[in-house]
Design a protein around this ligand. Structure first.
Ligand SMILES: [Zn+2]
Length: 377
């Protein structure tokens, strides 16, 4: 990404003095930062610190997209908004705060939901996108629009005490679909309002997004592309793993996705009666110890498998389960597991539909197994 350079006026030269002192950044980098247009999707937990630091750093233009209204329970982590903003549109509260922070930044607000109709136009009009959304449907939409428009997608997500960040859709980086070919099954990943989140965690990850956006804008450093940063705030461990492009990805690989469509991300509950029987971690361990003939299938994605897995399992990502069917022995019992036990239910249903009769889903997934048997990742 090469942004245009835009001249600084004397007041800006004074304001950004600490940046200008950095030889790697200097006047040229600051002028490029001023010449950069950023699209910020979501003015919530991730978007708050990202917007504040981008504005403070003198980004030239910031468009903030959010349809939501400030609620008092947002304030535990969405530091862009204040108590007096409760009830206001988040984009309006954001605009006022950002203008106060730095009047040199042009701020545009879009009090709307990003959808298949407006995403490509919005993304195309900017140099880079910062995805601060917590909706899977929107993440796919942002990713597909970034691939189609050829724009970097600075991505992060959070869950309870954990977060991840990466720069997607640069020429050598994967897109979101490469990492997550299919949306999680309904109910698998609860939202912040259901699962809870440590308030400072989106602050940490959103600040990492702002850092990456500024590096891209200024054209300095080594971007977090082709690498996924994993943050565990409880143990305060940071790890990075290599992530690559999937040549079969319909967005950036085969390029079969040529226009935007909203991912059908069903939120309805799994119908009762459609569940495959479950096996507990203890039952599984006992049966493995007894030497029972069973096949243990891990239906998570490869990057999850690389972090930790149950010994003796084989990888068969849910997104590619169809390819695996021919390689499975129908005479053996199948035990399927995922992260928390929801995707494995979906995999189990597909296996049953494909004619496998003895299929079990590991209750609570690898999370519960790990809690009971302490895996070493
Ligand atoms: Zn892709």
């Amino acid at each position: 990404m090469t942004s245009r350079r835009q001249c600084l006026d004397p007041e800006e030269i004074h304001r950004y003095g600490r940046h200008l002192l950095l030889p790697e950044l200097g006047m040229e980098g600051q002028q490029r930062i001023k010449g950069t247009r950023v699209l910020l999707v979501g003015a919530g937990g991730l978007g708050s610190p990202a917007a504040l630091y981008l504005a403070a750093a003198g980004i030239g233009h910031l468009t903030v997209v959010d349809f939501d209204v400030v609620d008092v329970t947002n304030l535990q982590r969405q530091v862009l908004h204040g108590t007096r903003d409760v009830g206001r549109l988040k984009v309006e509260s954001a605009r006022d705060r950002l203008r106060d922070l730095n009047p040199h930044v042009s701020v545009e607000i879009v009090p709307d939901r990003l959808d298949a109709g407006n995403a490509l136009g919005l993304v195309s009009g900017h140099d880079l996108v910062l995805d601060g959304t917590d909706s899977f449907a929107t993440r796919y939409l942002v990713s597909d629009a970034c691939v189609l428009a050829g724009k970097p997608n600075v991505h992060a997500s959070i869950y309870r005490f954990e977060g991840q960040a990466t720069v997607l859709s640069t020429p050598d980086a994967p897109c979101y679909r490469c990492l997550y070919p299919s949306p999680p099954a309904p109910g698998e990943v609860p939202s912040c309002s259901e699962a809870g989140v440590l308030g400072v965690l989106p602050g940490l990850l959103g600040t990492i997004q702002a850092t990456e956006a500024l590096k891209l804008a200024a054209g300095i450093g080594e971007p977090l592309s082709g690498r996924l940063l994993l943050v565990d705030a409880l143990s305060m461990r940071f790890r990075t793993m290599q992530v690559g492009r999937d040549p079969r990805c319909p967005a950036c690989g085969t390029r079969t996705i040529r226009e935007l469509r909203e991912e059908a991300f069903a939120c309805e509950a799994i119908p009762p009666g459609a569940r495959v029987p479950e096996i507990t971690p203890v039952e599984l361990a006992e049966r493995v110890a007894r030497g029972d003939a069973l096949t243990l299938l891990d239906v998570r994605e490869p990057h999850e498998w690389e972090i930790t897995r149950i010994p003796g399992a084989r990888l068969a990502p849910l997104s590619r389960l169809g390819d695996e069917l021919a390689r499975l022995d129908p005479a053996r019992e199948l035990v399927v597991y995922c992260r928390s036990g929801v995707r494995s239910q979906e995999a189990g249903r597909r296996l049953v539909a494909a004619g496998f009769t003895r299929v079990f889903s590991l209750a609570g997934g690898i999370l519960r197994y790990d809690a009971e048997f302490r895996l070493h990742g």
